[in-house]
Every structure is written in structure tokens, then in C-alpha cells.
Design a protein around this ligand. Structure first.
Ligand code: R5P
Length: 312
């Protein structure tokens, strides 16, 4: 594919390499240097003049470092005369900070959108935003893909008899409805509450019938796992036979993986939108790759073809 260049920040080089394999292009050469004063320098080691550049950098730990590195990388590409720069952010930084739901706080996901544009990004390609309307934070084109069809395709290859799809919280009900529609299954909803910033979720009510059924809990991300494990508990207490989960972004922070291994969730299907380092692996976790989906979207953006056909 000519005129296209794919670069990777330090967040997820494995995903970037896999995207390049699907596209049949080499990964772009760049060096990221970290100085002892914590300053970052990015050197683009090949010509990008007039190129259509895609820079892969999902948000993952260290989140703030990764964000600054991304901005510096875009700036370096801009000064190197790239014709167009697309920031490919399979997991968008600070995406849960997408509204002013208490006084005197920042809408940090919008700030990140502003920063990307200021750095020189021409477009954004992302996957399953926490709230789809966050696309409105951008004045540049923002293509939002979804891993839901990919997860459903995989789930369909297993046994889905006597299964009910469960939204892990009310905010997830719409997306869970998409899972239920794709899979032809009924839907139940867990009503979850959070108090303040302690990141502890409490499942308080269940809407729908789960007794004697196998439950598939779906969500956009699993971070501390509180939402998922609380949902699993309430489902088991209402007579669910088995609880499995399908979640797009495996943030899995703190002791989430250890808690998963002790939880009522017997299997967790996720994507590689975020890297899963060895300490975050578990026999209960199965990872599906979004590389082919992202590569297909990149090819279509480059060729000016429709991306919406990929949305399923
Ligand atoms: C919240 O609204 C999201 O859909 C997820 O349920 C939430 O981000 C998961 O966070 P945690 O795993 O920390 O409960």
C-alpha cells in the first residue's frame, strides 16, 4: 500500500506490528528517548514528507507519560511534513472523564481531544468510546469503530443456549442491547451505583430474568473489576447458573486480575485494544485481536473508502 506510513508509540508496539502485517507495510522507524530529567524526545528516522501517517498509541500505563509522548510524536511528524496524521487510539485517554457530573471538575477527555488537535492530528481513529457522544469533542474527523461484532462472532462459535446478555450497568444498556441483537438473546440490566471517587461499585438491583440461566455480562471496559464482580455476585444470588463476560478494553488495574481469579466470573473475553502484560494474564482471560479491524479501517481511510461498512 503506497503513501501510507504506520508508526507506534511505546504503548502497544505488538498491536502496531500486527496492524502493519495486515496492511503489508513495514512499521515506521522512530526513536523515543527519555532523558534523566523525564523529558521525552521523538526522532522520526525516515522520510514522511507528504505521507499519510497513522500513529498507534492506545492509552495504557503509564497513562500520562503515554499521552505526552503521543503529543510530542504528532508534533515531530508535523514538523517532518507529514501530509496527514491520524492518531489511532484504540483506547482513548481519560475517556471516563467525559462530563461535568460534579462541580468544579475538568472534562479531561475533551481536554485530550483539544490537545491532539493542537499537536497537529488531522483525524482520530478509535474504538468503543465509553460514551459515543465524546466524538463531539473533536472538530476534526473522528472514526469510532466497535469490537462488538468481533466479540459476538467469537461468542457465536461457542454454546449460547439458555444464555441471557447482561448490561453491567444502566449506562451500558444500549451497547448490551447491540450484543443481545447480534446474538439473538434476551437482555437483563444490573443497576450499579458508585459513591464519590472510591472506585467501588455496588450492584443494587437487577432488571430481567436470570434464574437457571447462563449470564453473559458485557461492558466497554473492566478497570478495577468492581462493576463486573458485583454484577456477577448479584446474578449468582438471583440463581444464575454461570457468569461469563465480554468486555472491549481490559484496563485491569490494581488487583483486578487476582480478584477475577477468585470471582464468580468463569471466563472473561477481551480485546487487545490495550496490551496485557504477563502480570495481567489469567487462564480465565481470552484475548481477541482488533488488529485486522483497525488495519481495515486504516486502509479505507487511506483510500477514501467508507469506514461505516466495518461497523457491522
Ligand atoms: C462504567 O460506566 C463503565 O461502563 C465500566 O462499567 C467501568 O468503567 C468499569 O470500571 P470498574 O471495573 O472499575 O468497575
Amino acid at each position: 500500500m503506497s503513501g501510507i506510513k504506520v508508526f507506534s508509540g511505546s504503548a502497544h508496539p505488538q498491536l502496531a506490528r500486527s496492524i502493519c502485517e495486515h496492511l503489508g507495510v513495514p512499521l515506521g522507524c522512530a526513536r523515543i528517548i527519555r532523558f534523566s530529567n523525564e523529558n521525552i524526545k521523538v526522532c522520526i528516522d525516515e522520510n514522511v514528507r507528504e505521507a499519510d501517517v497513522f500513529l498507534i498509541q492506545p492509552s495504557c500505563p503509564p497513562v500520562n507519560d503515554g499521552l505526552v509522548e503521543l503529543l510530542i510524536f504528532i508534533d515531530a511528524l508535523r514538523y517532518a511534513s507529514a501530509r496527514r496524521i491520524t492518531a489511532v487510539l484504540p483506547y482513548f485517554p481519560y475517556i471516563r472523564s467525559d462530563k461535568k457530573d460534579e462541580p468544579r471538575i475538568s472534562i479531561t477527555a475533551r481536554l485530550c481531544a483539544d490537545l491532539l488537535q493542537t499537536a497537529g492530528a488531522d483525524r482520530v481513529l478509535t474504538l468503543d468510546l465509553h460514551a459515543p457522544q465524546a466524538q463531539g469533542f473533536f472538530r476534526i474527523p473522528c472514526d469510532q469503530l466497535s469490537a462488538v461484532p468481533l466479540l459476538c462472532q467469537h461468542l457465536r462459535s461457542g454454546d449460547l443456549s439458555n444464555t441471557v446478555v447482561v448490561a453491567a450497568d444502566v449506562g451500558e444498556a444500549k451497547d448490551a442491547g447491540r450484543f443481545a441483537k447480534h446474538l439473538g438473546l434476551p437482555l437483563a440490566i444490573v443497576d450499579k451505583r458508585r459513591d464519590g471517587d472510591d472506585e467501588r461499585a455496588r450492584a443494587v438491583t437487577l432488571v430481567g430474568e436470570v434464574a437457571g440461566r447462563r449470564c453473559l455480562v458485557v461492558d466497554d471496559e473492566v478497570a478495577t473489576g468492581g462493576t463486573l464482580f458485583e454484577a456477577a455476585e448479584i446474578l449468582r444470588s438471583h440463581g444464575a447458573q454461570e457468569v461469563t463476560a465480554a468486555v472491549v478494553h481490559p484496563v485491569l488495574c490494581g488487583s483486578a486480575v487476582a480478584r477475577l481469579d477468585r470471582s464468580a466470573v468463569s471466563r472473561l473475553l477481551v480485546t487487545d485494544s490495550i496490551p496485557l502484560p504477563p502480570e495481567k494474564r489469567s487462564p480465565r482471560i481470552e484475548v481477541l485481536s482488533v488488529a485486522a479491524l483497525l488495519a481495515a479501517a486504516i486502509a479505507r481511510i487511506h483510500e477514501g473508502r467508507s469506514v461505516s461498512e466495518l461497523l457491522g
